[in-house]
Write a protein that binds this ligand. Structure first.
Ligand SMILES: C[S@@+](CC[C@H](N)C(=O)[O-])C[C@H]1O[C@@H](n2cnc3c(N)ncnc32)[C@H](O)[C@@H]1O
Length: 297
């Protein structure tokens, strides 16, 4: 426990800056993330499309970021208009630019909205998609209720939250003590809890997403988990994405890690190290995201 307290103290020292993600800074990574995860989102959106009756005319992507998944939503629902909504102007500008490049600007627009306070500005939608955005809102219950209110009768609210920690190397990858990935996951859990605790209006709520959807007056809550299974060897984009994830860990965690783990982490992200993530043949990407959906009667 002493070790745990030390970690807590370390991350607290850096305060809000440490846990508040700089979304604009992360724009390239958010875009790469959505591209790399395309096979997973394709399956998830197929599931949504099959579950939706005909007549999905308006879709809101709540917390869209730079809009890569909003474009996938536009492709999956060719009859629908898509509104990419996010508090970050710079991300929305990128979403608009990419929509134009893709010839989608007549069907994909952007709207600056911060949940839950500005949710009344959202149009009434047949489908609201909120992927990995709700956990950045202090009061998740209020945000879900606010989004449920913006649904047309028969409309669907779909949340992407939870799943499994990703893996990219074997448990024993020949450097340091086996199990580094699980130990890094534990640090991320701690970072996540601190990030949530520091959000404005932070409220603790059990993360039973189906129950939260039901409490918001929606019916038929169901959850399904979709796999991203990119075997080794990774293509350049997926490898760059994995390296970025570990670089972020290398920037955030070394002071909280055992010295030998911190050393291995530094080697993994050193392009000159022959056993780094840049040069290894055994890097893969295995991840699972859960989609929770429910319908307004
Ligand atoms: C991890 S990114 C996910 C982006 C995108 N949905 C995706 O799956 O690629 C989280 C997004 O939530 C947005 N966000 C953070 N706080 C928010 C809030 N209060 N209301 C709406 N969106 C928010 C951020 O600006 C960021 O674009």
């Amino acid at each position: 426990m002493a070790h745990g307290h030390h970690q807590h103290g370390h991350t607290q020292e850096k305060g809000a800056h440490h846990t508040h993600p700089d979304w604009v800074d992360m724009l390239p990574q958010l875009e790469r993330n959505a591209e790399v995860y395309t096979p997973l989102y394709t399956q998830a959106l197929d599931w949504l499309r099959v579950s939706r009756p005909a007549g999905t005319r308006l879709i809101v992507d709540a917390g869209s970021g730079p809009g890569a998944v909003a474009r996938q939503l536009a492709a999956a629902f060719p009859e629908a208009r898509v509104v990419a909504a996010d508090p970050e102007e710079a991300l929305l500008a990128r979403a608009a630019e990419r929509a134009e490049e893709a010839g989608l600007s007549d069907r994909l627009s952007t709207l600056r909205v911060e949940l839950p306070d500005q949710s009344a500005q959202l149009p009434t939608a047949d489908l609201i998609w909120a992927a990995r955005s709700l956990h950045h809102v202090g009061d998740q219950r209020a945000a879900i209720a606010a989004l449920a209110d913006r649904l047309a009768p028969g409309g669907t609210l779909a949340l992407v939250e939870g799943g499994l920690p990703w893996r990219c190397l074997p448990r024993d990858f020949g450097l340091g003590r086996p199990g580094l990935q699980a130990r890094a996951d534990a640090l991320e859990e701690q970072w996540f809890a601190e990030m949530r605790a520091e959000l404005p209006g932070a409220k603790e709520d059990t993360e039973d997403w189906a129950a939260l959807l039901t409490d918001a007056g929606l019916t038929g809550a169901t959850s399904r988990t979709f796999l991203l299974d990119l075997p080794a060897p990774l293509d350049d984009d997926a490898r760059a994405f994995v390296i970025e994830l570990w670089k972020r860990r290398a920037d955030t965690f070394p002071g909280s890690m055992a010295a030998d783990d911190a050393e291995v982490l530094a080697r993994l992200v050193d392009p000159d190290d022959p056993r780094s993530l840049y040069r290894r043949d055994d890097v893969f990407l295995l991840a699972a995201h859960t989609v929770h959906m429910a319908v307004r009667a």
